[in-house]
Design a protein around this ligand. Structure first.
Ligand SMILES: Cc1ncc(COP(=O)(O)O)c(C=O)c1O
Length: 404
């Protein structure tokens, strides 16, 4: 094993400026920060990539703040949302009753019933714009009963298994029967298909595996559309929602011959799980900022002090220690450079230990910055999101409640 090299060094002026803005705004607790200029650049990158006629659907769970979704809607000009749970479905129905909502996962029937009970009387318009995601004939039967009980037409979107194997229909007789069941039920309206394929970029390119998987996914989708055309007719099929993609794959769609809309959310804030070749043009736009509580010139391990010197001389990155306000998030430290968790000391949600090299220089009350691994759960852990733009914290955006 070769000796680790010292990763510490001068701080990035980008984060120094963000730190100054947080300090000026009087923020001194762990905070989720979004860089608005980078967010806007990411929205423009996404919209700029879409071919003519391709719709964009905002993945609400990955951008879990009404203000954030409103901002993205305004800049992208879309009125399409993908929603994943009952509280979010209700909140978005109340705030944006005119928006189209496609469920990104099938909602248990009881939750769908609850939706109609909780939807305010002056927002029932919202229910007309929902596409309920259906993955099995049994669930379709449940929703048919709900439509009957509510005496209203429910829009149905069928989940396709295009290779992810997370459930949904494959072309074949079950799909055929389901399409017919929708067609003959006056309370159900065929609204479209959803085929999600995030497994593809994770496949190796060797032996053409990735290409094969993508072509396979598209062939399955095409076959399902052909089956639907037999039941509903070609003209009707042309009007259906044909949803595909997510952040990792939206850039595969260069025309509307198959999908006519893509959904994406995470790539607009780019947590580390989205650091992929395809998403290279997107910029990290979300960070956790937290104050340093204690900055110590050496690293001392409780009960193992005799080994501290040897550890430090083998790995210079263990030279210094900071204890931060909070911690144990799904996130990696990014500034100051070279900070790392200490696996021997362990993780802490209260005061987490981070170690750094000899050049680490940070004082109590200065900020350490992290990049979240993902947005959907992490964004909900800090209260209002601080919106950073041109050296200032310009706004605070509340997040959705942390419920599923
Ligand atoms: C059905 C579906 N579509 C799209 C997405 C993409 O979301 P994101 O762009 O945030 O990765 C997801 C994420 O889980 C999903 O479940």
């Amino acid at each position: 094993m070769s000796k680790p090299k010292d990763e510490s060094g001068p701080r990035d002026p980008y984060f120094i400026a963000m730190q100054d803005a947080l300090t000026k705004a009087g923020i001194a607790t762990p905070t989720l920060v979004i860089d608005r200029a980078r967010l806007n650049a990411n929205i423009d990158t996404l919209m700029g990539h879409l071919p003519d006629g391709m719709g964009y659907r905002i993945v609400a769970k990955s951008l879990p703040s009404l203000n954030l979704i409103t901002h993205i809607r305004e800049r992208s000009g879309t009125d399409r949302l993908m929603t994943f749970n009952l509280p979010m479905l209700l909140a978005l129905s109340e705030a944006m009753p005119e928006a189209s909502q496609l469920l990104g996962k099938p909602l248990p029937i009881q939750a769908a019933r609850q939706y109609f009970e909780d939807l305010p009387a002056d927002k029932t318009e919202a229910a007309d714009h929902i596409q309920w995601l259906i993955d099995t004939p049994e669930r379709l039967a449940q929703y048919a009963e709900l439509a009957n009980d509510q005496d209203r037409i429910l829009k149905i979107n069928l989940e396709l298994d295009v290779g992810l194997h997370r459930g949904g229909f494959e072309p074949g007789s079950t799909l055929g029967e389901t399409l017919k069941a929708i067609n003959v039920n006056p309370n159900l309206e065929m609204a479209g298909f959803m085929g999600y394929e995030p497994h593809i970029p994770a496949l190796p390119t060797t032996l053409g595996w990735r290409d094969k998987a993508l072509k396979g996914a598209w062939a399955i989708y095409q076959e399902a559309l052909a089956q639907a055309a037999l039941v509903f007719g070609g003209d009707r099929i042309a009007q259906l929602t044909r949803n595909a993609a997510g952040s990792p794959t939206y850039r595969y769609y260069e025309d509307t011959s198959l999908a006519n809309e893509i959904s994406a959310g995470s790539c607009l804030v780019k947590p580390t799980h989205f650091d992929s070749e395809l998403l290279e043009p997107h910029l990290p736009a979300s960070f956790i900022a937290t104050p340093v509580i204690k900055s110590l010139p050496t690293t001392r391990m409780p009960g193992l002090e005799f080994a501290d010197g040897a550890k430090r001389s083998w790995d210079p990155n263990y030279s210094k220690t900071v204890f931060i306000y909070g911690g144990h998030w799904l996130a990696d430290p990014v500034d100051p450079p070279g900070l790392a968790y200490n696996s021997t000391f362990g993780r802490s949600s209260n005061q987490e230990m981070l170690n750094g090299g000899p050049d680490l220089s940070i004082d109590p009350d200065e900020f350490v910055f992290f990049r979240p691994h993902q947005s959907e759960a992490v964004f909900l852990q800090f209260g209002d999101i601080a919106i950073y733009d041109a050296g200032e914290i310009v706004d605070m955006w509340p997040v959705f409640p942390a419920s599923a």
